[in-house]
Design a protein around this ligand. Structure first.
Ligand SMILES: [Zn+2]
Length: 247
């Protein structure tokens, strides 16, 4: 994260969110080194914060800690599995992934507020893809670090659904609705480039419904489908809703 120092305020620690897969760890260390070198007065990497427990987010933790001596902060919900290095709960066994064991220094509780890059952030619970995941929201800068709870074209696979946890699917929906209500201009997802203003359309549609239509969710969805069909933005082929290139 960038650093904005207010007068009289101590410099905040350089923080990285998530660390990539273990196979890319040397590359991740080099990328962080060059990012730090590009900033004047760099004080090194002081802190690494994870969004959730998956191998492509915690895999570089050990290497980064060895290279920079950074503190590692993890969501409180994954503390036991990390401390005991429960490779089953960490999905390393079932996904046939490797992971370098690391020791965490602190946890972030859901709802906790903390400082990062000179701004205030809040950790929000985002169960679904990972039931213990957190997303990090900066209301002042309208930024959301979404991990795998939201990508540009979807979100991470709902592992709980595969593992038979019935609550995973409704939790995913509730998390997306929660994200849709946040004041956000930029989403920094766990995979892919940041999405500028991606979510603005969600509150917009909500607003149109509340102020002008007052439909139930179901009626609103069918009204929206009708409008998109009428404007030829989508078409239905063999039961699938498909986008069209028509104006
Ligand atoms: Zn994930």
């Amino acid at each position: 994260m960038g650093q904005r120092r207010r007068r009289g305020q101590a410099p905040d620690p350089r923080t990285l969110v998530d660390a990539g897969y273990v196979g890319h760890a040397p590359q991740t260390v080099e990328l962080v080194k060059s990012a730090l070198a590009a900033r004047r007065g760099s004080t090194g990497l002081a802190r690494l914060i994870n969004t959730h427990s998956h191998s492509d987010h915690i895999g570089g933790n050990a290497a980064l800690q060895a290279a920079f001596g950074c503190r590692i902060v993890i969501p409180a919900g994954i503390e036991r599995m990390v401390a005991e290095w429960d490779t089953h709960a960490l999905l390393l066994d079932s996904a046939r992934q490797r992971g370098d064991r690391f020791a965490h220094d602190a946890v972030i509780e859901p709802g906790a507020e903390f400082e990062m890059g000179g701004f205030a952030w809040k950790a929000l619970p985002a169960p679904g893809h990972d039931m213990e995941a957190l997303v990090y929201h900066c209301a002042e800068q309208r930024i959301l670090i979404s991990g795998d709870a939201l990508w540009q074209d979807g979100f991470g696979i709902i592992f709980g659904e595969i593992l038979g946890r019935k609550e995973a699917l409704p939790a995913t929906r509730a998390t997306l609705e929660m994200i849709g209500r946040l004041a956000v201009d930029i989403v920094i997802p766990g995979h892919g480039a940041p999405l500028p203003a991606y979510l603005k359309s969600v509150p917009f549609f909500d607003h149109v419904n509340v102020t002008m239509l007052g439909f139930s969710d179901e009626d609103f969805a069918s009204w929206l489908l009708g409008e998109l069909l009428r404007s030829k933005s989508i078409e239905i082929k063999d039961g699938w809703i498909l986008p069209t290139m028509a104006p």
